[in-house]
Design a protein around this ligand. Structure first.
Ligand code: KIV
Ligand code: NA
Length: 264
């Protein structure tokens, strides 16, 4: 059976149906989350923190992303496979093209994700014209943690919110196939989701995005300091499979995230 394609997520957006996604970094977890109904898996560069124990995502290399992507690919056969481009692997359009091609050829990525606003439009255009689908990542961009001054909510001031709207439109116009919004007020995320025709995935961005994503290890209670917008779904369940089914259902019926798990 072929993997889900972008068309599946475009259709869900048109129909107003929510979808649940998670990160995974290895074959065993990939299999469990796929069996629990997850439709999109992200091999996130959060692996630098939750797998490798670094303080940020900055040390992660393209080889490490390929290595983990291969594992997730072997452990699943249905989920759309999205892979993060790590820090500095898309610093220029040519570098981005070279590295994105590696993620697709060696890591079997169906879509690559990169962090940044309007400055990335040329890169997004170059990649998509050459057959590489792109998910743009806006809001809290962990690879810019030192510039942002910490892992803090973005888009609260009126001018920041307006810049986010313009960035989102510019990236869509450049050809982005999806957008991920991290840690922004729920109302702003809802507006951007409405404004765009491409599917929008949220993390710490309220319940009105088209899809939700969480870091797997946060929602299983494995991380020491989980973010306030996340939830430990294992607490009320007997095993990991049940926890992920419960997350998937909560996303589908819009009971996760709650207003308490959303920035205002
Ligand atoms: O690396 C990651 O886990 C991410 C999140 C948005 C889920 O980019
Ligand atoms: Na990431």
């Amino acid at each position: 059976m072929p993997r889900l394609s972008l068309n599946h997520f475009r259709k869900l957006k048109r129909q107003g149906e929510k979808f649940a996604s998670l990160t995974a970094y290895d074959a065993s977890f990939a299999r469990v989350i796929e069996e629990a109904g997850i439709e999109l898996v992200l091999v996130g560069d959060s692996l630098g923190m939750v797998i490798q124990g670094h303080e940020s995502t900055l040390p992660v290399s393209i080889e490490e992303m390929i290595y983990h992507s291969q594992q997730v690919h072997r452990g699943s056969d249905k989920m759309l496979l999205m892979v993060d481009m790590p820090f500095m692997s898309y610093a220029t359009p040519d570098t981005a093209l070279h590295n994105a091609a590696r993620l697709m050829r060696e890591g079997y990525a169906q879509i690559v994700k990169l962090e940044g606003g309007t400055w990335l439009a040329d890169t997004v255009k170059l990649l998509t014209e050459r057959g590489i689908p792109v998910c743009a990542h806006l809001g809290l961009m962990p690879q810019s943690v030192h510039q942002l001054g910490g892992y803090v909510v973005q888009g609260r001031a009126a001018d920041d919110a307006e810049r986010l709207r313009q960035d989102a439109l510019a990236l869509q116009a450049a050809g982005a196939s999806m957008l991920l919004l991290e840690c922004i007020p729920g109302k702003l995320a809802a507006e951007i989701t409405q404004l765009l025709t491409i599917p929008v995935i949220g993390i710490g961005a309220g319940a009105d995005c088209d899809g939700q994503i969480l870091v797997l290890y946060d929602m299983l209670g494995l991380t020491a300091k989980p973010p306030s917008f996340s939830k430990n779904f294992l607490l009320e369940q007997a095993d990991i499979q049940a926890a992920i089914i419960s997350y998937t259902q909560a996303v589908k019926n819009k009971t996760f995230p709650t207003p308490e798990q959303t920035f205002s």
